[in-house]
Design a protein around this ligand. Sequence first.
Ligand SMILES: [Zn+2]
Length: 431
Amino acid sequence: MSDSPQWDVLWRNVRLATLRDDAPLDARYGELPNGESGALALKDGKIAWIGAASALPRRANAAQEYDGGGRWVTPGLIDCHTHLVHGGNRAREFEMRLEGLSYEEIARAGGGILSTLRQTRAASEDELYSSALRRLIPLLREGVTAIEIKSGYGLDLPSEAKMLRVAQRFSALPLTVRTTFLGAHAIPPEYAGDADGYLNQVIDMMLPALAEAGLIDAVDVFCETIGFSPAQTERVFRAAQAHGLPVKIHAEQLSNQSGAALAARYDALSADHLEHLDEAGVMAMARHGTVAVLLPGAFYFLRETRLPPIALLRQHRVPMAIATDNNPGTSPVTSLLLMLNMACTLFRLTPAEALAGVTRHAARALGLNDAGTLEPGKRADFVLWNIDHPSELSYAIGANPCHQVYVAGKLRTLPAALIDAAASLSLKNTK
Ligand SMILES: [Zn+2]
């Protein structure tokens, strides 16, 4: 059949940042040498061919051809750590703290994580969906094509299931969604003083039910002096393993509990935060291929001063991902591009490391094998940018140079009804 085209789509006149990990050292973004013009061919929603336009096969042909206008193309961005689905927000608490109220006074006024817990439990699924959508839309507009969403503000079976169902509803959009069960986020008020009693519920009742319902892709624990101990964390990890689910951990954010090393021993996909991580922890992560997820938004919002051990992570070749950590208490961030800038300014990552952190390494932190780089066989999730060089994505603050987003090869548009759904609830919520 010599006249049927070999490809569905052929993009010409693009500049490629493939983010492939086998890229040469002088091409940190996986770009072509000497600013050469690139081409990208798609078939069945996947990348079929990618490279210099001059290297295209002589008889290359496609059903449709597009001109990229010389724009840069990167893989779709991946936000690999969020608590996007939650009730209410904590803006009033933020305000009270800046007006001089103490934590105790704020807690007495009903603030803190318990206020989010209360509002999440009280909210209907539609309310949670609309409020999370409001936070998701800016991420989509910046080129996010995959996102991880955690539970952890319900802390009982019906409410955790509700959060996870809402998160999974977003996979009806052109978007890859990964859900993580974070039942071990905090101790709910009905179990105050009885962490182990609550963990029994998490392990014996919630985890099996949620896994059975197909609501979770991974299991996470908040391992911290104000969260769960390493021994308690390990109980949850063993249960996750018994259900065949990969684990993740919030570790070494406020103190060193050696949580990252513990998680690495359970072959965790990622250990996240890591400001207090030591070299033994870094080495354990390197040995087990655990990704370091850095969360500069929370570092900034909490005005932390202790930096994650970037030099050690580099030295031991631990992949570093970056995410928004979108959550109402410590990181009300809805811009992944801003996180690129903060990873560079606050943590001193290079712009190429930062971009790899929201593409290749973020994919790995979610166990997504078909995303994160531009190479043959991967899903055709990519972004066209109005930039002169990929470093601009980390350099600019408050800009959004995203031109177009493609998911599985198709242009993603945000329907007006979706924007309306987000806007109408925002009015209801401000009462
Ligand atoms: Zn988090």
